[in-house]
Design a protein around this ligand. Structure first.
Ligand code: GLN
Length: 485
């Protein structure tokens, strides 16, 4: 009997009633980790010496989970999937890890990511390409690629992710699972490798909305080590997840999901957006009012560039601590500058270096006002547009991408023009710190696709309540890779 493909409550029951032991769960999870490593190259390391714990009433006790390798784990290799930290073993835990340890949760592997969370493909980890369990020729998206591949393969019911632009929610969609990023600061970022601090969110990938609620309940909370964290003790995600929500008004944005906005759409895009329309009809059947809204298209089109300027600038600053002097393999050279240069030149992938060049440029004194400060202004305008929407609507519902998982071999991807905003609009959730969740919504060409639901800040209970209702209506939960329903 397999247990790692079940949800948290079911596994907890099985542990409590003695149907399965913690030892068996760890063994099953480690065995599956090795299979998924073979197929998807999803892990930086597999923790073969994961220790058993006593089962308590805590729903997470005794249950294995995955840790994205940008969370510091004391005494355990933590690389951020970068050559610059390929041997780095932290001497402290991220707050999230401490909290999960207190629950009795058992970390069984460190999942691979796009280097330091920068990227949306899963192709820039220092350990090589991360492959999609639905089709190994395709990517998982990124950056929480390994976490998505593992959860969707049934290695465990949940894994940690982080989301700066869409890094939890897009891989979740590409792998047919749930990805939830709560309101900014609801989960402490202490011990998460910083990428772009004003946008970085901790979060989780699961196979059902209930599990996302259970895990975030366990890891949220104010932390004196993260000054952006806040007290959420009045929020009970799992307890309130089935609360009756009626008369809620939702909207979708026509400039993002109406096919007429795309010149020469591919068949895939047509299928994908018509699938989204079918989902909207089902959401209406639940009693939600769903209305088409409009956003200034110029503003929307600015989104990806604004994201790039802000995130690259913040990343350039944050990652300047990687000098190879304090940690990381020592570079060669005759003086400190040469040593740092050698370490950074050899250590970082070209994708990251490009971002640092742009980040440095926009931060230069003479460019700051024109690029960095202006990008922040446009970020504010975009967030205000969404805030305006939230005055009328409880949530925005949108497709996650322009279609299912793309091929790793770029030449095989047929992309229609002008889909950049459709691919990148989830960044708005990070701009505004909005709670945002992706759930599976169906299949295009036998591959999973997802929808995203986003609410105003602090409405985490609501976003999960809406997601749970829609999940129930669509009947798409607890999907394991390869199971087309
Ligand atoms: N694709 C985005 C980027 O490359 C998202 C990354 C993230 O959310 N960590 O920056």
């Amino acid at each position: 009997m397999e247990y790692m493909n079940k949800n948290i409550v079911e596994i907890h029951e099985a542990l409590k009633t003695g149907k399965v032991s913690v030892k068996n769960l760890i063994n099953e999870s480690l065995l599956k980790s090795r299979e998924v490593q073979e197929k998807c190259n999803a892990f930086v390391s597999i923790l073969n010496d994961a220790k058993e714990v006593n089962i308590t009433d805590n729903l997470l006790s005794g249950i294995p989970y995955g840790i994205k390798d940008n969370y510091s784990t004391k005494g355990i290799l933590t690389t951020g999937s970068s050559n610059t930290l390929k041997d780095y073993v932290p001497f402290f835990n991220a707050t999230v890890i401490d909290k999960l340890n207190e629950c009795g949760a058992i970390g069984v592997n460190k999942t691979a990511l796009d280097e330091f969370g920068m990227g949306g493909t899963g192709l820039s980890a220092h350990t090589g390409y991360i492959r999609n369990p639905w089709d190994a020729e395709r990517m998982c998206a990124g950056s929480s690629s390994g976490s998505a591949a593992a959860v969707s393969s049934g290695v465990y019911p949940y894994a940690l992710g982080s989301d700066t632009g869409d890094s939890i929610r897009k891989p979740a969609a590409y792998c047919g699972i749930v990805g939830y990023k709560p309101t900014y600061g609801m989960i402490s970022r202490f011990g998460l490798f910083a990428y772009a601090s004003s946008l970085d969110h901790c979060g989780v990938l699961t196979r059902c909305v209930d599990d996302a609620a259970i895990v975030v309940d366990a890891i949220k909370g104010k932390d004196s080590k993260d000054m952006t964290s806040w007290d959420s003790s009045n929020i009970n995600l799992f307890k309130n997840i089935n609360n009756e929500i009626s008369n809620k008004k939702l909207c979708y944005i026509k400039e993002i999901c109406d096919i007429s906005f795309y010149p020469n759409p591919t068949d895939e895009l047509r299928k994908h957006l018509s699938k989204f329309n079918e989902v909207i009809e089902k959401v209406k059947e639940l009693g939600f009012e769903v209305v088409e809204e409009s956003i200034n298209q110029n503003l929307l089109n600015a989104l990806p560039a604004v994201y790039d300027v802000i995130s690259y600038a913040e990343a350039t600053s944050n990652l300047s601590n990687l000098t190879g002097i304090i940690f990381g393999p020592r570079g060669e050279g005759n003086n400190i500058n040469e040593i740092m240069k050698d370490y950074r030149t050899k250590g970082f992938s070209s994708l990251i270096k490009r971002r640092f060049v742009i980040g440095s440029y926009v931060l230069q004194k003479e460019n700051q006002e024109k690029y960095f400060v202006n990008a922040q202004r446009v970020r504010r305008l975009l967030v205000n547009e969404w805030k305006k929407i939230f005055e009328t609507y409880s949530a925005v519902i949108l497709p996650v991408s322009s279609g299912p998982a793309k091929y790793i071999d770029k030449s095989k991807n047929i992309i229609s023009e002008g889909t950049k905003v459709l691919e990148e609009h989830l960044q708005i959730g990070d701009f505004g710190g909005f709670p945002s969740i992706t759930i599976p919504s169906g299949y295009v060409d036998n591959l999973p696709v997802g929808i995203n639901i986003t609410c105003d800040i602090f409405n985490d209970e609501l976003v999960l309540q809406i997601a749970k209702k829609i999940e129930g209506k669509l009947g798409l939960k607890n999907i394991i890779a390869g199971e087309v329903r």
